[in-house]
Design a protein around this ligand. Sequence first.
Ligand SMILES: N[C@@H](CCC(=O)N[C@@H](CS)C(=O)NCC(=O)O)C(=O)O
Length: 166
Amino acid sequence: MQSQRVVWGRRSAFNVQKVLWLLDELALAYQHRDAGGEFGGLDEPAFLALNPHGRVPVLQDGAVVVWESHAILRYLAAQYGDADLWGPSPAQRSLADRWMDWSQTTLQPAFMALFAAFYRTPAEHHDARRIAEAVAECERHFELLAGWRPLYPGGRDRRHRLAPLF
Ligand SMILES: N[C@@H](CCC(=O)N[C@@H](CS)C(=O)NCC(=O)O)C(=O)O
């Protein structure tokens, strides 16, 4: 019998990758449906009925539909994770929550600025000053991240692994 759990979204999308990663981490069976990018389909009524924003990832878990990658991660951790992934207290959960929110609201915009300035701009149009500023901003964030990692030596505490970088 096919799994009633379905993940929508092209594998090349980082927001989809984190969901696929957690499903594997939790050893949960699922069907995968390519959508978005070269696969399209995000503006089809059937997809918009799942996610009115027309974005991937989307998780269908039986009758439950969840969109927004971090909402999906939290749902999976709460529904299927052990205490390492979904701590028993709000304070413990906030350890992962703060980094997840930070990654989306602070680190990701900084990285996307660099991505646009360097990778998405043809070399002949590179603006060295803009790129240097974007690199400096990313480095500033990554230094904070590096400073935090030793709190979880060797990655033994899995809570931090709910906090993907992007
Ligand atoms: N904040 C949303 C962002 C969703 C998003 O923008 N997803 C991108 C892929 S990373 C998307 O759907 N792009 C359109 C496409 O792939 O065609 C989340 O974390 O799920």
